[in-house]
Ligand binder design. Structure first.
Ligand SMILES: C[S@@+](CC[C@H](N)C(=O)[O-])C[C@H]1O[C@@H](n2cnc3c(N)ncnc32)[C@H](O)[C@@H]1O
Length: 286
């Protein structure tokens, strides 16, 4: 079974990789296995799910003054939604993601960007290469080594912004995440550890120990609007985090359970609307 996402378990460096066998029995680093999971429905993720973070990207880029003359790296860049926006704002852009399928889409969206398939725990750029590093829902609890790498590639005084779901009341996806965790007990602990970044002070402690002064914590809204049940299912089936649950339950039962979880958010015309808070934490490198 692939690791759920990036996760603490994948924080091993390539010099000391934690290896996991892929389906052909070939040992590959955890980050690459996670990347395969995140690429399992790459176009659905890119065009259906990933736009959820548009407002968070806009809010963070405004705070970081992304524009001409700024060098920006997006870590766990997925299919490049944020990088494409940074490119349109005139920044010099780079990105890294574990999923080759998502990076292929990012290359089409942001042709001028320096895009790499690889691990957030070993960035292939020299020290002090960037003015700003962002990670939109890509760096989670236990990913301290990724924050340290972000510090290394930032110039002194450069900014790091990380976003994550929640915490707090406004998270319509909560029952979906609980469903994923409780359906496959072996991944429940991993999901809890990832979500830990939302607990008060956790992100701030990760920033501090990597050499950042936290300058602010803000919240954006991520609204997911879905036209009908088929659209809703394809969208919520697309993140890599669903893979263990989908494999465990099988397609039919997984679909039935997903639509059951979404039922409270279905309107009389059959569409769905989920409103979610996305928190951002911004730090400045000392
Ligand atoms: C929730 S998605 C976030 C994607 C995008 N930033 C967004 O705003 O939607 C998590 C991303 O982390 C990537 N990822 C997982 N583990 C990784 C690792 N160790 N190094 C780099 N990327 C990783 C996945 O491939 C996936 O694209």
């Amino acid at each position: 079974m692939p690791p759920v996402t990036s996760t603490a378990a994948s924080s091993a460096t390539p010099a000391d990789p934690t290896l996991a066998p892929d389906r052909a029995g070939v040992d590959r680093p955890d980050w690459a296995v996670a990347g395969d999971a995140w690429g399992h429905a790459a176009t659905d993720w890119a065009y259906r799910f990933e736009p959820y973070n548009r407002d968070a990207v806009e809010d963070v880029f405004t705070r970081l003054e992304v524009g001409p003359g700024r060098r920006l790296l997006d870590v766990a860049c997925g299919a490049g939604l944020a990088i494409a926006r940074a490119e349109r704002l005139g920044a010099e852009t780079a990105g890294i993601d574990a999923s080759a399928a998502l990076v292929d889409i990012a290359r089409r969206r942001a042709p001028a960007a320096d895009l790499v398939v690889g691990s957030m725990f070993e960035l292939p750029w020299p020290d002090a290469s960037f003015d700003a590093v962002t990670s939109f829902n890509g760096i989670w609890g236990g990913c301290d080594a990724a924050v340290a790498e972000a510090a290394r590639v930032l110039r002194p005084g450069g900014s790091l912004a990380v976003t994550f779901w929640g915490p707090g009341a406004e998270l319509d996806l909560r029952d979906f995440f609980i469903f994923l965790g409780t359906s496959v007990p072996s991944v429940a602990d991993e999901l809890m550890s990832l979500a830990d970044i939302g607990a008060p002070g956790v992100a701030e402690a990760m920033f501090d120990s990597a050499g950042f002064d936290v300058v602010e914590r803000g919240v954006s809204s991520a609204v997911i609007e879905l036209a009908d049940a088929d659209e809703a299912y394809r969208t919520l089936r697309s993140p890599g985090v669903v893979r263990p649950c989908l494999d465990h339950l099988g397609e039919d039962e997984f679909r039935r359970r997903v639509l059951e979880v979404l039922e409270p958010f279905r309107a009389s015309d059959g569409s769905y609307r989920l409103v979610n808070a996305v928190t951002n934490v911004i730090g400045r490198r000392r």
